[in-house]
Ligand binder design. Structure first.
Ligand SMILES: [Zn+2]
Length: 214
């Protein structure tokens, strides 16, 4: 009799857990948490890693890259992913410390991601973001981040000489944002309330964001 009571309690607990797991918000958060578990498995590895092998040759790096792709892609063959229609376009620096899936807590490709050194907007990026808006994007997020190598280069005389195109883009960043906002389709959609363009600064260490007040 006592055993039966515990079986019922266990059954109720399992049913409650299953019910909670069916809640979309719970599934979303758990998916993000599992991605983080993946990072936890790999982050501390130094042996199986391209970055920390100072004496590794370019050919070895290439071979390793191809091997890792083959493994990862074979998983995707087995578990095909869903495709989404992005409503958000993000412009983010190419800095490898920033992970856009972690930044958004979302791995479902709900975002168009444009990555450039220093989060600069060149003519091509302006066109790409405009095209993304034409394809249905409702929010464009232009980001910068702390400890940015491109912004540091723009402040260093030797680097300014060595990377003139990059530092010019960093210098002109605010002006180029204004030009993007003034593009006819972009300006019209903003005026009609069909598009938001936001500027954020990413904390590189924590990936928290705050409004970019320049
Ligand atoms: Zn950067």
């Amino acid at each position: 009799m006592k055993n039966r009571k515990w079986l019922i309690v266990a059954g109720v607990v399992v049913a409650a857990l299953v019910a909670v797991m069916m809640i979309p918000r719970v599934q979303f958060v758990m998916g993000g948490a599992m991605v983080n578990i993946g990072y936890r498995f790999q982050d501390h590895l130094h042996e199986y890693d391209l970055e920390h092998h100072e004496d590794i040759t370019p050919t070895q790096v290439w071979d390793e890259f191809m091997k890792q792709n083959e493994m990862a892609a074979s998983v995707r063959d087995t578990f095909p992913r869903s495709t989404r229609h992005p409503l958000v376009a993000l412009l983010v620096c190419m800095d490898a410390r920033i992970d856009t899936s972690e930044l958004t807590g979302d791995t479902r490709r709900n975002y168009y991601i444009v990555r450039t050194a220093g989060s600069v907007i060149g003519p091509e990026e302006g066109d790409m973001l405009d095209l993304a808006v034409t394809n249905g994007v409702k929010v464009v997020v232009l980001t910068r981040h702390s400890d940015c190598a491109a912004e540091k280069a723009a402040k260093d005389p030797a680097a300014r000489e060595k990377y003139p195109a990059l530092v010019k883009s960093v210098d002109e960043r605010e002006q180029r944002v204004k030009e993007f906002l003034a593009r006819p389709d972009i300006a019209a959609k903003i005026a009609a309330g069909e598009l938001l363009v936001k500027e954020l600064v990413i904390d590189t260490a924590t990936e928290h964001v705050r409004p970019d007040t320049h």
